[in-house]
Ligand binder design. Structure first.
Ligand SMILES: [Zn+2]
Length: 435
């Protein structure tokens, strides 16, 4: 992008250059909507009778709208011969969203990463280990490939091992970790915890050295609250960077100021439960328009997420920060507020835990089963009191050893999304078809 090693430039300058490059390539929200209408079969139908110049009058794109649509209907005609990659979301609602990428669009993740504040810490110095183990899933989503590309561009020697398959089983990945002693690992948090547990059990002599050499854990794809991220960092003595990404890859940048910043290439909007527009800040259902990506445009695309966006005063110049709370359809009303995985995790993990957990909400009580990853006792009474205070419900807490919920030696069959289950008579959770 810059014609020289971008890492030789100060971070603030890199961010400025990235911002300028994004602005140069960005269309207006209406401009992107018109591009989509003019060049794709899907949006031509979808926007029939609508004026793309009046952006806020355009229908919101929900996953169900693309359920039975040919992926090619979302591919912009001028890009038909230029796209080189195809990906889909996991499709938890039964409607995976397709996305195509030109080579340049795929490579944009590495360009964004040049300005990712945390990757500087990983940047290997001469003589240091550069080995990265990329254990993200490679099934359909672009995350596995783009994180491998980002790590390679940052100077890494990348082992793309994948995960969630019968070939890349947890014991085999643990073996690779014990042998390669990677400086960086990319993985969903629960996979990382599983592999490290197996390394400790099967290669006890190597475990201390493996932990000592590991500097960075990059995670994505599954919500991880800040307090859990901090606990994992402390326990393993590494930087744990959780990236809130979408079907197109980087959508936010995690920052050293502690926030996840929305990239300026995205026009974000929040909607209420009836899909009425709230605005650009507040709490609601998150939709975005990518102002740069023209090959398969996503305009007013409704993620499944419930999120809070606020303006922020980041010393690096970012203006918007986002906190994802969890999947919208899994929201639970608790003492007059909406809660989701993020609020529950912030309440739970401040007690020093970071394993997996499940919560069942009944009419008169909550039942919490929580895994303890370390050998410390589970502070059940304190957690119970903390939950009662925060959510106004009697909470029974059962501490169990790691491995009770997480079958950590088995290839994982599903995303651990469904952690908070509302079993009250008033429940309105919609459980996803596929996890
Ligand atoms: Zn920041």
């Amino acid at each position: 992008m810059f014609g020289i090693d971008p890492y030789s430039l100060p971070l603030k300058l890199r961010l400025k250059l990235l911002g300028a490059a994004i602005r140069r390539r960005s269309m207006t929200p209406s401009g992107m909507a018109e591009h989509a209408r003019r060049h794709t079969a899907f949006y031509r139908r979808f926007y029939e009778g609508h004026d793309t110049g009046d952006f806020e009058s355009l229908p919101v794109l929900e996953k169900r709208h693309v359920k039975d649509v040919s992926p090619y209907d979302l591919l912009a005609e001028p890009y038909r011969d230029k796209v080189v990659l195809y990906g889909e979301t996991t499709g938890s609602t039964g409607s995976p969203t397709p996305a195509f990428y030109t080579r340049e669009e795929f490579r944009s993740a590495r360009v964004m990463a040049f300005a990712a504040p945390h990757l500087d810490a990983f940047r290997p110095r001469r003589g240091e280990s550069r080995t990265c183990l990329n254990g993200l899933a490679f099934g359909f989503t672009i995350a596995g490939m783009s994180f491998g590309d980002v790590l390679e561009a940052a100077g890494g020697l990348v082992a793309n091992v994948g995960s969630r398959s019968t070939l890349a089983t947890p014991p085999r990945i643990a073996r690779a970790i014990a042998r390669l002693e990677p400086a960086a690992v990319a993985a969903a948090p629960i996979d990382f915890l599983s592999w490290m547990r197996i390394v400790r059990e099967d290669y006890p002599d190597r475990y201390p050295q493996v932990v000592a050499g590991m500097k960075l854990l990059l995670s994505t794809a599954e919500l991880c609250a800040d307090s859990r991220t901090r606990r994992i960092s402390e326990h393993f003595g590494l930087s744990h960077i959780d990236v809130y990404a979408c079907v197109e890859g980087f959508f936010t940048l995690p920052c050293t100021c502690g926030s996840k910043h929305i990239l300026p290439a995205y026009h974000v909007e929040l909607f209420d439960e009836d899909l009425k527009l709230i605005g650009r800040t507040g709490t609601g259902r998150l939709a975005f328009t990518n102002l740069v990506k023209k090959s398969s445009p996503l305009v007013r695309y409704l993620l499944d997420d419930w999120a809070t966006i606020r303006e922020c005063d980041c010393p690096l110049g970012f203006r918007l920060a986002v906190v994802p709370h969890g999947r919208y359809e899994l929201n639970v009303p608790l003492s007059g507020q909406i809660a989701n995985v993020e609020q529950i995790e912030e309440c739970l993990f401040r007690f020093g835990l970071f394993g997996d957990y499940r919560i069942e909400i009944h009419d008169d009580r909550m039942e919490l089963t929580v895994e303890q990853y370390t050998d410390e006792p589970v502070p059940a009474q304190a957690i119970s009191a903390g939950f009662a205070e925060r959510f106004g419900m009697v909470t029974k807490v059962a501490g169990v050893p790691f491995g009770t919920i997480t079958a950590y030696r088995e290839p994982r069959g599903r995303k651990p999304i469904l952690k908070v289950r509302d079993r009250r008579s008033t429940a309105r959770q919609e459980v996803p078809e596929f996890l």
